[in-house]
Write a protein that binds this ligand. Structure first.
Ligand code: NAD
Length: 419
């Protein structure tokens, strides 16, 4: 597969520049939004359980905070760059504005490949990151959460590391979301992003006039977002015909039993080689014969070259920035319906917001309440973006970007001249 020239930051900047033209933004405002407000690089020097001293780079970015404290996950990956984190933080500014939670955009990155390390060593690195990043984390500054390569256990370690450092049993307010429920996390957060992907996919099927029950679906990425989205979509009656992860793809025209695949992955650690499906490449999954494609892995995977061969009628962007701007133009020509990332995967940050409010009130919300509020909010926002796109003759991505950026711009002007 040819590597795209668009990284996350280039895609985010290109989408912003195009929106600025449509909204006729002042040059000074565009310049402000193109830059991150704050970017920090931290060098960590943890000692692993084998006694080895290692050096790890970590980044924290706050893109904008005119609507509230910066919010965004921690990406742990061997090749994450400060530019990726800047692009992801910018996306978070638009996502929080669009879904209507009082947060700005932030993100952090730990440049270390977590696959294959022990739980103990991962905890050491996460705690080392927390100590190094402590001054930049807080309920009024930046509130992290899980992203690729991190999970709720890691968020539990972050909370503990912060509280422990201050000699307290709890933190005063919400410093991190996506924690284990027992430590003040919220029921349904782990599933919220995938669930939101499924809810918006159902809404898109309704608008496109076909029944999800008869849909054939391909899913790229079988981690938190991809596996949950696949499970819920298959429970709704759709057939999952192809799945992939970083090791490769699998396909089965008759449909893949997602529950069974999940237990296989739990045992073997990967989807490639699952015995009840045929092996295929990652690209085959993206271009497979399906109605709905859910990219839920990583950025810049749908390039112009791939877009030409995509057969799906709906693309539900579970991942952040999976589609490059040149691929977007092709989708526009092919009339493929895109549920853009800042809408499709916003379920996670919405439920993180519920966790943030729950922690202040020290009262546990029920799963029913969480899921019902998530459904109402994300489907409500889907409809708002859809109506706007029809009214202004725009694609779903253009409409979502117009709505989100208008809100951030309005807040920036409302704050006055100093911020
Ligand atoms: P994860 O680490 O749990 O899973 C990632 C999955 O993608 C794994 O199955 C991995 O093998 C696969 N993968 C990685 N590179 C791949 C490639 N090149 N081709 C095919 N598969 C590949 O991560 P996650 O939390 O599920 O996040 C997935 C995407 O969703 C990311 O883009 C992330 O930024 C986005 N996202 C996550 C959340 C969340 O709450 N976790 C919220 C919003 C957006």
């Amino acid at each position: 597969m040819k590597k795209s020239i668009f990284g996350i930051f280039e895609t985010a900047k290109s989408n912003l520049e195009q929106t600025a033209i449509r909204l006729k933004l002042e040059d000074a405002m565009l310049k402000r939004l193109l830059e991150t407000k704050e970017k920090i690089e931290i060098t960590l020097n943890p000692t692993l359980t084998n006694g080895k001293h290692i050096q790890v780079k970590a980044f924290i970015v706050r893109h904008r905070d005119s609507l509230g404290p910066a919010k965004g996950g921690i990406r742990m990956s061997g090749n994450v760059t400060i530019d990726d984190i800047q692009g992801l933080a910018m996306e978070m500014t638009w996502k929080t504005a669009l879904i209507g939670v009082p947060f700005g955009g932030g993100k952090s990155g730990i440049c270390f490949d977590p696959s294959g390390i022990t739980a103990e060593d991962k905890e050491i690195i996460i705690r080392s990151f927390t100590r190094g990043a402590m001054r930049h984390i807080g309920p009024e500054i930046y509130v992290p959460a899980p992203d690729m390569g991190t999970n709720e256990m890691d968020m539990g370690h972050i909370r503990d590391c912060l509280a422990y450092s201050w000699g307290k049993s709890v933190t005063n307010g919400c410093y991190v979301t996506g924690k284990p429920v027992i430590l003040g996390g919220i029921l349904g957060r782990k599933e919220a992003t995938g669930r939101g992907v499924a809810y918006t996919t159902v809404a898109a099927c309704e608008k496109q006039g076909f029944d999800i029950k008869s849909a054939r679906v391909a899913v790229q990425g079988f981690g938190n977002v991809g596996s949950i989205a696949a499970m819920i979509i298959s429970e709704l009656g759709a057939k999952i015909v192809a799945v992939s992860d970083v090791t490769g793809g699998i396909k089965n025209e008759q449909g893949i039993d997602i529950k069974h695949l999940l237990s296989y992955v739990k045992q073997c650690g990967q989807v490639y080689g699952y015995p009840l499906a045929e092996k295929c490449s990652n690209e085959d999954v993206l271009t497979s014969n399906c109605d709905i494609l859910v990219p839920a892995a990583t950025q810049s995977v749908i390039t112009a070259e791939i877009a030409e061969n995509i057969k799906a009628k709906i693309i539900a962007e579970g991942a952040n920035s999976p589609t490059t701007p040149d691929a977007d133009e092709i989708f526009d020509k092919k009339k493929i319906f895109i549920i853009p990332d800042i809408l499709c995967n916003a379920g996670g940050v919405f439920v993180s917001y519920l966790e943030y409010t729950q922690e202040t009130q020290r009262e546990q919300m029920t799963l029913e309440e969480v899921n019902s509020r998530l459904n109402n909010r994300i489907v409500g926002k889907f409809n708002e973006v859809y109506d706007y796109s029809k009214e202004h003759n725009l694609t779903m991505r253009q409409a979502a970007m117009n709505i989100a950026i208008s809100k951030v711009v309005e807040a920036t002007y409302a704050m006055g001249i100093l911020p």
